[in-house]
Write a protein that binds this ligand. Structure first.
Ligand code: TYM
Length: 358
């Protein structure tokens, strides 16, 4: 158990905001990191470069927690018997990209009931107006058009705030699209701490330098997303080499045949440069001088991504061939996640002053 510190909940600030040590959670000495991914559809290059790469490197530096958030997926899933299978497939992918269950606490959200319980407290701490301003809700609700739009889709950020705050996470490694969700989590934590006393750590979002917003290869003004209408511009982690190269070669660019990094006027080229930069750990500035034509840039981006994904695909297939072992690996993080989540929920209930069970 890390030592109790009476410091501010905001780990980015050094000044203490409270003098009441008794109500303050312990701030871990090693940076505490949490991030999650939904088991909806196949994992793609945006998930990998925007989030998973940072998760894998983070496990060697920090104390990390990663959740497969199946309850979040419920906001857009209505098919029976699908989520469990997708959860196991996603677990295989997380291990295949390099997460080590002995270093990283990997858990399934629905297995830790504290997430749902704290989510209700969060719902009562966030306002209707704040939730109405969430751009992801507006986008997703609009995309579903005539489909069923669940209330869960609207209150989604409250559950996400619970995911983060339950683990006293200081850092949340995510792609750019999650910025607003981390901001609202900070607002909820701040309001709760103000109302009931210092209880939650204020987290901050951490984004990769390159790959924080991987765009669709067919529509480079939209992010690569599991919910896109067509697969043609999405590189899935399980795509074979030929498919990956074909998608890169057909990537939409522009007609001036001039290699510059300008996301506003040349989004297709900027996206290819960012992907190549992230996949080869080469700064965009160094890449610019190497290309005069679009063809070689597309081919090299395809090759770099193939080199990155091929070994992951092989490890994924091996893991999927042994479901019992996969289930065992997935169970390793469960009790550690539960212990921390239960302590935080109890702390929140006590801060509110709910009557303890006799
Ligand atoms: P999800 O499942 O949509 O995506 C998982 C991670 O992948 C990142 N990502 C991208 N990064 C770069 N370019 C893209 N095109 C791209 N598409 C996705 C996302 O930013 C994310 O980091 N709401 C979250 C899941 C969640 C969560 C949490 C995250 C639930 N609770 C607590 C962090 C902390 C989501 O839907 O991610």
């Amino acid at each position: 158990m890390p030592p109790l510190k009476c410091s501010a909940r905001d780990p980015t600030k050094s000044e203490s905001t409270t003098s009441d040590c008794a109500t303050v959670a312990s701030v871990p000495e090693v940076t505490r990191v949490l991030s999650c991914i939904q088991p909806t559809g196949s994992v793609h290059l945006g998930n990998y470069l925007g989030a998973l790469v940072n998760w894998v490197s983070g496990q060697h530096e920090s104390e990390v927690f990663h959740g497969i958030v199946d309850l979040h997926a419920l906001t857009v899933t209505d098919q029976p018997k699908v989520l469990g299978v997708q959860t196991l497939e996603l677990a295989a992918m997380l291990f295949a990209v390099g997460l080590d269950p002995l270093r990283a606490t990997i858990f399934v959200q629905s297995h830790i009931h504290e997430h749902s319980e704290l989510a209700w407290v969060m719902e009562c701490t966030v306002s209707f107006g704040e939730l109405s301003r969430m751009t992801q809700f507006k986008d997703k609700a609009a995309k579903r058009e005539a489909d069923f739009v669940s209330a869960g889709l609207f209150t989604y950020p409250a559950l996400q705030a619970a995911d983060i705050l339950l683990y006293d996470a200081q850092e949340v490694p995510v792609g750019d699209d999650q910025r607003q969700h981390i901001e609202i989590t900070r607002d909820i934590a701040t309001r709760f701490n103000h109302r009931f006393g210092d209880t939650f750590v204020l987290p901050r979002a951490v984004h990769p330098k390159m790959g924080a917003r991987v765009m669709d290869l067919q529509d480079p003004t939209s992010k690569m997303s599991k919910s896109a209408h067509s697969d043609a511009g999405i590189i899935y982690m399980l795509d074979d080499n030929e498919t990956i190269m074909r998608k890169f070669k057909r990537a939409v660019t522009d007609s001036d045949n001039d290699i510059r990094y300008d996301a506003a006027t040349k989004p297709g080229i900027a996206n290819l440069l960012e992907i190549l930069s992230a996949a080869t750990a080469t700064p965009v500035e160094s890449l610019l001088s190497q290309y005069q034509q679009y063809g070689p840039l597309k081919a090299d981006a395809g090759d770099a991504v193939i080199s990155l994904l091929e070994p992951i695909r092989l490890r994924y297939k091996a893991l999927m061939s042994d479901p019992a072992e996969l289930t065992r690996l997935l169970a390793i993080g469960d009790s550690r996640a539960r212990t921390i989540a239960a302590a935080t929920l109890a702390r929140a209930h006590s801060a509110i002053g709910l009557l303890p069970k006799a």
